[in-house]
Design a protein around this ligand. Structure first.
Ligand code: T4K
Length: 423
């Protein structure tokens, strides 16, 4: 990959320089483990002729995950959204359920899909996770549960949420889509609440192409979830429960098993990139990188910046545009917040007033590429672009404004020529 230097404002692609990268750098490029091993497994399952319906690879995947996480039950599912839907139904959630708005839309949709309105709770700006001190004021007689989201893999305040759930007799589910391989107080995520849900989507650092899992230590709940993900079948010709099709297929399980063999390597790469971003972005005013508790395990799969426009002068959205011009496809996860998306925006148009921290964060947050698809040279170049932009914030803003004006009111060159000739 040929790269351009970006030391001066004039070098920036948005002002006419060559893009820093010839190919797009994405947030969410999949990590692919040992290809030969994966193909071996795929050949094997094709030979076997068992493609889905609780095949041997799915069973092995579930066992390996359960033993790694130290949980009693792991139920592999086709994706985390369906896993959430099933867990919500199996837990008997109804009425209203409290969730953060600062999450991927799947958390909210998994409830609304079953006509359970999500009640959006504000976040703690330090952790970006649901703020337990704001949960209690949202509880009504209709509230049946809380779904915490371990955003960016950083665990929620599990102790506080546990305490609320116990005192108020509520179910507690965790959307742990980001938190595979992470710990809370030394214990693996997966062991908390009534159940936890992981995502193994292609964009997650650990993937099974598409996939997810519900994990729990509750035997009855696990049995119910197993039934529900397979239409409610209990043996041949015997349906004993309402169910859906949430089964993981064998190719996904083969990919999951292969990814599992490279898990340590994926985390190590993410950690190296994280440390490099931390070092090379240090001291840039108004740019801060999320921090992780060094005493806990984390997967470091998200590089999340907060942009304080009052210091950078350049807004988060302008920075995204500038990076995009360089072929760095930075993302604004999770702008504008679930409460600002349909149908929630129409159902509850004033929710934003109750979510000041969420509203602030969604304007500041920015996600950058990491994982095995990028190396130290790319990370360095991205940091260099950000530094050049922020250090020259005033000039960048001025140029962007002029550029906008010239697009809005283009100077008509033939008019100019006539004017010059006439004078
Ligand atoms: N809860 C939370 C908190 C979540 O974050 C998610 C999913 C879920 C629940 C639900 O999990 P699943 O039902 O998906 O298992 C992506 C993912 O689709 C989504 O799984 C993920 N969170 C979310 C954070 O990111 P988009 O709409 O941003 O995806 P997309 O298509 O824009 O892809 C992102 C980038 O990744 C693209 O620039 C290209 C690259 N990419 C993507 C895919 C799929 C690849 O290079 N290869 C690929 O195969 O949602």
């Amino acid at each position: 990959m040929i790269m351009e230097t970006k030391n001066d404002v004039g070098d920036l692609a948005i002002f006419g320089g060559a893009p820093a990268f010839q190919e797009y750098l994405h947030v969410g490029r999949p990590n692919i483990g040992n290809r030969e091993r994966l193909l071996e497994r795929i050949n094997d399952l094709l030979d076997r002729g068992r493609l889905t319906n609780n095949g041997p690879y799915v069973q092995e995947f579930e066992q390996r995950l359960a033993s790694m996480l130290g949980v009693n039950h792991c139920i592999a599912v086709c994706n985390a959204t369906v896993a959430l839907e099933i867990a919500i139904r199996a837990l008997g959630l109804s009425g209203e359920v409290i969730i953060p708005s600062m999450t991927f839309i799947a958390t909210a949709h998994a409830l609304q899909w079953q006509e359970i309105p999500p009640v959006f709770c504000d976040i703690d700006p330090q952790t970006h996770n649901i703020d337990p001190s704001r949960v209690e004021e949202l509880i009504t007689p209709r509230t049946s549960g809380i779904i915490g989201v371990h955003l960016w893999g950083r665990p929620c305040d599990i102790e506080a949420l546990d305490d609320i759930a116990r005192r108020r007799n509520l179910k507690l589910l965790y959307d742990a889509a980001h938190a595979f391989g992470c710990t809370y107080k030394g214990r693996m995520i997966g062991n908390f609440g009534d159940a936890e849900v992981f995502s193994f989507h292609a964009t997650k650092f650990f993937n099974s192409l598409e996939g997810g899992a519900v994990v729990t230590n509750d035997d009855n709940l696990a049995a119910k979830i197993r039934l529900m993900k397979n239409f409610g079948f209990s043996g041949y010709d015997n349906v004993i429960y309402i169910g859906t099709n949430g089964k993981m297929n064998e190719v996904s399980a083969a990919m999951g098993l292969t990814s599992l063999e490279s898990l340590g390597e994926f985390v190590a790469v993410n950690y190296r990139h994280y440390k490099q971003y931390q070092q090379e972005l240090a001291g840039i005013p108004g740019v801060s990188l999320t921090t992780y508790d060094g005493n806990e395990k984390n997967n470091y799969q998200y590089i999340i910046l907060e942009i304080d426009e009052t210091e950078t002068q350049v807004s988060r959205d302008q920075l995204v545009e500038i990076l995009r011009a360089e072929n760095v496809l930075a993302r604004r996860y999770f702008y504008p917040g679930c409460h600002q998306m349909e149908p929630y925006r129409s159902y509850y148009p004033h929710t934003g007033l109750l979510l000041p921290e969420t509203e602030k964060l969604v304007q500041r947050v920015l996600s950058l590429p990491t994982g095995t698809a990028v190396g130290p040279v790319e990370v360095s170049q991205i940091c260099q672009i950000i530094r050049t932009v922020v250090v020259n914030g005033e000039e960048v803003c001025w140029r962007l404004r002029n550029q906008m004006l010239s697009l809005k009111f283009p100077i008509k060159s033939n008019l100019l020529i006539t004017t010059v000739k006439e004078s």
